[in-house]
Design a protein around this ligand. Structure first.
Ligand SMILES: [Zn+2]
Length: 476
């Protein structure tokens, strides 16, 4: 995510009906075997209710219709998953919207709503290791999350635009438009089958596999075949002009841009820029992790951020090199290698900030060392900028300037300390070892020490954990 500096700054009543007979049957089954409910969260220290315990999602098939005139979203989410314990019940995350029915393995299940938890109970429990599928039929107008301190007060999630929708969910807004296991630790592949009025188009992650028009409606099918965290899923609806091709190195590239922005997009050259940046990062950090790259460029200047939606970053305006290089660096650092908990967010934002500086250096500007040294010298020790632990930034300040910039400085300082050979060897190893997975700050520190052969404990303690200005840019 990247804040656009120039611009910014329910409980739901239980609507499920638990049928007494089914509840009794479940209870009887529980007595016979120790089937237990899946946890209502995965235990993230910042978001205890995000994600759910007891199962692992393999694939989301979102078959949805959206009418921009009425703001109505309707359809079904088909989810395939595998039980990780003997489950008497399990939750999906879902906020707002009206659930019409839930089936598990094609049989109607009972459900209840409790805040963001959609609690699903099947007649008989699900055995550990068994594969199952869930279909949730639902409709309604997705809620835009407003005024949250988490994203510096900007609106996020499903945002209504004059011609459709702009959907950027970091960190926890996927639940506002599809039921999911909404935490980065449960990645899954996705199919988006989205129907809109015939004069609108749909952009999403992955590859456009088909589209057809019939009876005044168009249906677009996009497939994301690489594992993806829920917050990186997007469907963006509007009047898009598509541009297809490849990067100079041959990676498939697709961009959709709002035709109102034609002049700006041409000036910014986002298609060419995205191709060049993708290729350069692949050279620096290892092979591009996904099947295609590109951009979604909308014309919604009131949106306060850009987002690294997988394969295809989301911009509300004609973004320049600073933003494009940042969001595409996230394809490696954030999307392929994702945080294990949201406490590790500097592994996304510090890395992407460092990469933005690396792109500046690559294109003839200041070196990463010079850029971050200038910032280090500029910010006095008394500034609140230094009064934050980057390795544990706290939920409401997880996207602070310090997480980005002190995080970026940490990598610039590390590069200066251990040298180019080791730092790029380490970053390549990082992206290879944790490809399509999750990682922690502790694992990063251990890898840096292993690759460099140096004891870096004091260095990282100073830069990542201490709430004071390091005494020198290079640390101890
Ligand atoms: Zn970012």
């Amino acid at each position: 995510m990247l804040r656009r500096l120039s611009r910014i700054a329910c409980a739901v009543a239980c609507s499920g009906i638990v049928v007494a007979a089914l509840a009794a049957a479940t209870s009887a089954a529980s007595a016979a075997a120790p089937f237990t409910p899946g946890a209502s969260g995965v235990g993230d220290p910042y978001f205890p209710l995000e994600g759910n315990g007891g199962y692992d999602v393999g694939h989301y098939n979102l078959d949805l219709s959206y009418d921009p005139a009425t703001h109505q979203l309707s359809g079904a989410a088909h989810i395939t998953a595998r039980a990780k314990q003997d489950l008497s019940r399990f939750d999906l995350d879902l906020s707002g919207l009206t659930v019409r029915s839930v089936t598990v393995n094609s049989v109607l299940a009972t459900f209840a709503r409790d805040g963001q938890e959609l609690q699903i109970t099947r007649r008989t429990g699900l055995r550990r290791g068994s594969a199952f599928d869930v279909a949730v039929r639902y409709d309604g107008s997705p809620e835009t999350i407003t005024g949250s301190p988490i994203v510096f007060g900007a609106d996020y999630g499903w945002q209504y635009t004059p011609d459709g929708a702009f959907v950027g969910d970091e960190p926890n807004a996927a639940r506002t438009w599809f039921p999911s296991n909404d935490h980065p630790t449960d990645k899954a592949t996705f199919t988006f089958r989205i129907t809109v009025p015939q004069d609108r188009q749909v952009m999403a992650n992955g590859d456009l596999v088909s589209w057809k028009s019939k009876a005044g409606k168009s249906t677009y099918v996009w497939d994301e075949t690489s594992p993806m965290a829920t917050y990186l899923a997007t469907i963006d609806i509007g009047k898009w002009t598509f541009q297809h091709g490849t990067t100079p190195a041959g990676i498939p590239e697709t961009m959709g841009y709002d035709p109102d922005l034609t002049g700006d997009v041409a000036t910014a050259g986002i298609f060419a820029l995205s191709g060049e940046v993708t290729d350069f990062w692949a050279k620096e950090f290892g092979p591009y992790p996904f099947t295609s790259t590109g951009a979604i460029v909308d014309n919604v200047p009131n949106v306060g951020f850009s987002l690294e939606t997988q394969t295809r970053p989301l911009y509300g305006f004609a973004a320049g090199p600073g933003t494009v290089s940042h969001e595409l660096a996230h394809q490696w650092f954030g999307d392929s290698v994702s945080v294990a908990t949201w406490r590790d967010i500097w592994l996304n934002e510090g890395f992407a900030t460092f990469c933005g500086s690396l792109w500046t250096e690559h294109t003839g500007g200041a070196s990463t060392y010079a850029s971050f040294l200038a910032r280090y010298n500029q910010i006095p020790a008394t500034s609140s900028f230094w009064n934050q632990s980057i390795a544990d930034p706290q939920r409401d300040t997880m996207f602070s300037s310090a997480v980005y910039n002190r995080g970026g400085m940490t990598l610039a300082a590390l590069r200066h300390r251990i040298g180019d050979y080791d730092v790029f060897r380490m970053l390549n190893r990082w992206t290879a070892q944790h490809r399509f997975g999750n990682a922690t700050t502790t694992q990063f520190v251990a890898l840096a020490e292993k690759v460099s052969g140096e004891d870096l404990g004091a260095f990282f303690d100073t830069w990542l954990w201490q709430k004071t200005k390091p005494t020198s840019f290079d640390g101890p």
